[in-house]
Ligand binder design. Sequence first.
Ligand SMILES: [Zn+2]
Ligand SMILES: [Zn+2]
Length: 89
Amino acid sequence: MPKFVALEKTEMCHFLDDYGSCPYGERCQYAHKESELRSVSRHPKYKTQVCRQFKLNGICMYGRRCQFIHEEANNKPQNNNKNYNNSKN
Ligand SMILES: [Zn+2]
Ligand SMILES: [Zn+2]
């Protein structure tokens, strides 16, 4: 049975980041290249939640690669569309 497959290669390896090499090598559950990172399926919760960091600070260190939503809260789900067309007055 596969274990922790969902977590595999969804993040860049922090060993490579910090030390320039990884003790786990090919067995590492983290991605060692950006190409590896992109070839895997997205995180189950990818872009389903608003990024806290972006919401609080208006900026996020992960940028486009962030797994959370970075959009401003312009389109609130509960907004009525009625006012939308009247904005041209
Ligand atoms: Zn690694
Ligand atoms: Zn973010």
